[in-house]
Design a protein around this ligand. Structure first.
Ligand code: NAG
Ligand code: NAG
Ligand code: NAG
Ligand code: NAG
Ligand code: NAG
Ligand code: NAG
Ligand code: NAG
Ligand code: NAG
Length: 344
């Protein structure tokens, strides 16, 4: 376009110049001669020829411009294709690069793993080196034992060491067995101690029980008792481990009510002066367990008769004495009854 407008301006300027020349040259012609002189004709032909040449040049110019435009379009298309090819290549390369990057990360991991393995190997190597050095030193010191005598001494020492080791083992074993024995004895001792303690406890209980066994003697009220009555014992002569209420009951009712179950020795003696004969029965609950006869025949005479009996008594069992006939029983220290608890 720029080229075309430039050509247009050139034509205009050219025409303007010609106009000026025409003006310059026609002014005398108008005054003299015909309207179109040869001079004028030639000038016009020249002008037309010039114009034709110029147009041809212009056409050439336009053709050249068209060709250039075509070439430019072709170039742009090429560049576009090249660009898109490059773009595709670039994309491919980006993919490749990503793959490469992933591989690089893997390699880096492998590398750090290998590095740590290498460090471990290095440590092992150092240890081995140390060990080798130690072995070398030992070999060197062994080399110093050149003589057979030295070797013999070493062998002897080894034999002695072996023997000592065996003996140490035996000693250790017997020490261990002694230790085990001591441990076992300790256990025995502890068991014995426990047993002794429990026995002591039992014994203490037994002693407590023994020292708390009932034992007492009570004496009768002097009276002529009928065969329906019970002999009363209000006077306590001796007492041990027997309740006040038991003694009170005995004094009031004539019956001993057993407080503590066990084996009891029951004994009594009774004096009478009832003539012909008299009969005394010892009762456990409702049952007669002892019978005693007294027989006074002469005028001023007396007789004492006794009971002696062993009874297992339960709690609340009752013991009492009843005459089988009407009889006189002397009191105070003439007629007494004793209870002795033997076991629990
Ligand atoms: C390729 O094309 C892109 C747009 O897709 C543009 O930005 C870039 O300048 C072009 N490169 C060349 C060399 O033409
Ligand atoms: C280049 O590639 C990008 C991404 O795929 C796409 O958006 C763009 O259009 C491509 N450009 C050309 C000129 O092909
Ligand atoms: C190796 O021995 C040297 C000297 O004997 C000691 O300093 C070092 O700690 C040892 N290294 C190992 C790994 O035992
Ligand atoms: C070491 O002891 C073994 C048997 O225990 C014996 O045969 C050997 O001769 C002994 N060696 C030396 C050097 O005393
Ligand atoms: C001695 O015996 C104990 C207990 O069995 C054991 O631990 C120890 O290693 C033994 N010592 C030797 C020198 O045999
Ligand atoms: C002590 O007496 C009570 C009852 O009186 C009895 O249960 C207990 O077994 C007795 N203990 C011993 C050690 O005799
Ligand atoms: C039981 O009687 C005795 C003698 O009479 C007396 O010393 C004691 O205090 C009485 N005990 C009780 C608990 O009444
Ligand atoms: C003994 O008699 C008393 C009073 O009657 C009663 O409280 C108690 O439970 C009786 N004991 C036995 C073992 O029967």
């Amino acid at each position: 376009m720029m080229g075309i407008s430039w050509v247009f301006v050139v034509i205009n300027v050219f025409l303007a110049c010609d106009g000026f020349l025409l003006d310059d040259r026609t002014s005398p012609a108008t005054t003299s001669g015909p309207l179109l002189s040869d001079q004028h004709y030639n000038f016009l032909i020249n002008l037309i020829m010039n114009e034709r040449q110029t147009r041809a040049k212009l056409e050439q110019h336009v053709v050249r411009l068209e060709q250039e435009l075509l070439a430019t379009q072709q170039g742009v298309t090429d560049i576009y294709h090249t660009n898109s090819t490059n773009n595709a290549t670039l994309e491919q390369q980006t993919k490749n690069w990503n793959a490469l990057h992933a591989k690089y990360i893997n390699l880096e991991n492998d590398n750090s793993l290998m590095r740590s393995n290498l460090n471990a190997l290095r440590t092992d190597h150092t240890n081995l080196e140390n060990y080798t050095k130690m072995l070398e030193r030992e070999v060197t010191s062994l080399r110093h034992l050149k003589g057979v005598k030295d070797l013999q001494e070493v062998l002897n020492l080894r034999n002695e060491t072996t023997i000592l080791r065996k003996e140490l083992k035996i000693t250790n074993n017997s020490l261990n067995s002694v230790r085990n024995e001591a441990e076992a004895r300790k256990q025995d001792f502890v068991a014995l101690l426990n047993k002794a303690e429990s026995t002591e406890h039992k014994l203490n209980m037994e002693i407590h029980n023994m020292s708390n066994r009932a034992a007492f003697t009570v004496c009768a009220t002097e009276n002529t008792y009928s065969d329906k009555s019970i002999i009363m014992f209000p006077t306590v002569q001796t007492r041990n481990s027997v309740g006040n209420s038991t003694l009170t009951d005995l004094a009031n009712t004539g019956k001993f009510r057993c407080e503590k179950a066990g084996l009891y020795l029951i004994s009594g003696f009774f004096m009478t002066d009832t003539k012909v004969y008299a009969l005394l029965d010892l009762y456990k609950n409702e049952e007669i367990i002892c019978k005693s006869y007294l027989s006074v025949t002469a005028g001023y005479s007396f007789q004492t008769s006794t009971f002696l009996n062993l009874q297992h008594l339960n709690t609340n069992d009752t013991i009492y004495v009843k005459p089988g006939t009407t009889m006189k029983v002397y009191g105070d220290t003439y007629s007494c009854i004793s209870f002795l608890q033997l076991t629990n």
